[in-house]
Design a protein around this ligand. Structure first.
Ligand code: SF4
Length: 52
């Protein structure tokens, strides 16, 4: 359990994480992640955060 949340944690967020892949289409508001399944919010965070 990586405790994913859709808000940042201590200034850290998915959009700055090495595991994050931005949305394929410009209009989409969620991307994907190598470790968390399903849509991931760029402003989200989880315990596997790794700064890129
Ligand atoms: S590992 Fe966690 S912090 Fe990094 S992109 Fe995936 S959900 Fe976001």
């Amino acid at each position: 359990m990586l405790h994913y949340q859709d808000v940042p944690k201590d200034g850290k967020m998915c959009s700055d994480c090495a595991a994050y892949t931005p949305p394929a289409s410009p209009g989409a508001d969620t991307g994907t992640c190598k470790v968390v399944t399903g849509p991931v919010n760029p402003n989200g965070w989880c315990m596997a955060y790794s700064h890129r």
